[in-house]
Write a protein that binds this ligand. Structure first.
Ligand code: FES
Length: 113
C-alpha cells in the first residue's frame, strides 16, 4: 500500500528525489531523497518513532513541524533528531530512541546490570 500522495488536487503531481535506502533499526527501507525521515517511516508502516523514558509509551508524528519533539530518533549516531523536519539522505542509519537516547559515556547499560 502506498501511503504517499502522488497527486494532490490543488498542488498537483508530487516531485520526488531519487529513491535511496535508509536503515531503520537494522531494516533496510526505501525512501526518497529529501522527504522527511518521519514521512518515509510512516510510508513504510512505522508509526512508533520513539518511546518515553519513564513509562516506555510509544510516540510518533504529532505536530509534524518540528515543535513537539515526539518524533525524535537517533540519526547517524546523533540523538534527539526531529525526524519530521530532517530530510532523507541515502545510507542514513536511524534508530528508535528511548527517552533522551544514548550518547558517548552513557551509563544506562551499567545501571541495568
Ligand atoms: S512531530 Fe513534532 S517535532 Fe516532529
Amino acid at each position: 500500500m502506498n501511503l504517499r500522495i502522488d497527486e494532490h488536487p490543488i498542488l498537483g503531481k508530487t516531485k520526488r528525489g531519487e529513491k535511496v535506502n535508509i536503515v531503520v533499526d537494522g531494516e533496510v527501507i526505501e525512501a526518497y531523497s529529501g522527504e522527511p525521515v518521519a514521512v518515509a517511516l510512516l510510508a513504510a508502516g512505522k508509526k512508533t518513532l520513539r518511546k518515553t523514558g519513564k513509562t516506555n509509551e510509544p510516540r510518533g508524528i504529532f505536530c509534524a513541524i518540528g515543535l513537539c519533539t515526539d518524533c525524535v530518533m537517533t540519526v547517524n549516531g546523533a540523538n534527539n533528531i526531529r525526524t519530521c523536519i530532517t530530510p532523507v539522505e541515502g545510507k542514513m542509519i536511524i534508530q528508535s530512541q528511548v527517552g533522551s537516547g544514548r550518547w558517548k559515556g552513557d551509563r544506562s547499560d551499567a545501571d541495568e546490570q
